[in-house]
Design a protein. Structure first.
Length: 350
């Protein structure tokens, strides 16, 4: 079955008894993860807290296809509910998942345990997606990147959950500065919510300026922008700084992707009039615009699209190989620097 709109929120609050498997998919893996967490919470509440979450790697399932069935079908001797979480992409493990879905539909009853599948990049021809959408005992939820209204609600709710409050103008400013990725936005929101806990007054704009970013995050953004500028010395100096404090390759790649998408968005807005910088997320302020415009002139839409695809490939490597991916990220930065320098020379010669 397919869950949309209000059906999603209703299901997440109180999952239907006949649904034992949920596929959550979308382009923003942060939104995918948050939605999966809500489904897990809903199942857990139904058991009065007697549930255990088991995470299985999709590579393990490919090596041992029976592993997924063993986890889903085998009831706990203590009567607890096991919730099996699998993160995957594409059609890697579609066959064993769909075999279980078909078996549950044929028997007309859910399995002993629950299955939550998180995935990215499933189009309308995906076998995994269409198979679950056609099922009577499994549900598919397609999630999308956050809008400003969504983020406002999420930020305000998280601050209120910890007993804090935030001024409306501070909330507007904070949401405008959030990265367009739920995972990174959650990190920033959590820091702000913890700051507002027991503050005894609403969080103000002055508070935001003091808390907006850590030194390490500033270094990552400076490093990424220097790479797009072709500034090797600055980029590598900042890379050494963020590596020293243990910033993960995935964090670097996500900020790199965010900057590339922001440039791509800006190219699409050229010629539309108005203050383009203020339309972007995070916005480009007036004092930042000359440097940003220089990058915009240097990088074409096609080259930015290729960079984003390369970032996605590197992020997958980082997830599979962990710290071993750090060297690949450094090589990638050097390639971007060289390309930016060549583009700068071509622009100057026009």
């Amino acid at each position: 079955m397919i869950l949309k709109g209000g059906q999603v929120s209703s299901f997440l609050r109180k999952p239907a008894d006949q649904v034992w498997c949920v596929l959550v998919f979308g382009d923003d893996d942060g939104v995918v993860a948050d939605t999966a967490d809500q489904a897990i919470s809903g199942w857990t509440k139904q058991t009065g807290g007697a549930a255990k979450v088991i995470t299985i790697d999709d590579d393990d399932i490919r090596r041992e296809p029976h592993l997924l069935g063993d986890r889903v079908e085998t009831a706990s001797l203590l009567g607890d509910l096991d919730i099996v979480r699998v993160r995957t992409s594409g059609e890697k493990i579609a066959k064993p998942i769909l075999a279980l879905v078909e078996a549950a539909d044929q028997r007309g009853a859910p399995f002993a345990n629950r299955l939550i599948v998180q995935s990215t990049g499933l189009n309308t021809r995906s076998k995994l997606r269409t198979g679950i959408e056609a099922s009577k005992s499994a549900a598919a939820i397609h999630v999308f990147a956050d809008t400003s209204d969504n983020l406002r609600t999420l930020v305000a709710s998280r601050i209120e959950d910890l007993g804090g409050a935030i001024d409306p103008d501070a909330l507007d400013s904070f949401v405008a500065l959030l990265p367009g990725h739920r995972g990174l936005a959650n990190q920033e929101t959590e820091k702000l919510a913890l700051y507002g806990h027991k503050l005894d007054r609403p969080i103000s704009l002055a508070d935001l300026h003091a808390l907006s970013q850590t030194d390490a995050e500033n270094s990552v953004r400076t490093m990424v922008q220097a790479a797009f500028d072709g500034n090797a010395s600055l980029c590598l100096a900042e890379y050494d700084r963020v590596a020293e404090v243990g910033t993960s390759a995935i964090s670097i790649l996500r900020i790199f992707e965010m900057e590339a998408k922001r440039l791509l968005q800006a190219r699409g807005l050229l010629g539309t009039g108005g203050d383009i910088g203020r339309k972007l997320r995070p916005p480009i302020w007036q004092n930042e615009w000359p440097a940003f415009r220089s990058r915009l002139d240097r990088w074409s839409a096609a080259s930015l699209a290729k960079l984003i695809a390369a970032v996605h490939d590197l992020e997958l490597q980082a997830k599979l190989h962990g710290p071993a991916a750090d060297a690949a990220v450094r090589v990638f930065l050097l390639q971007v620097i060289r390309s930016a320098a060549q583009r700068s020379r071509m622009t100057a010669s026009r």
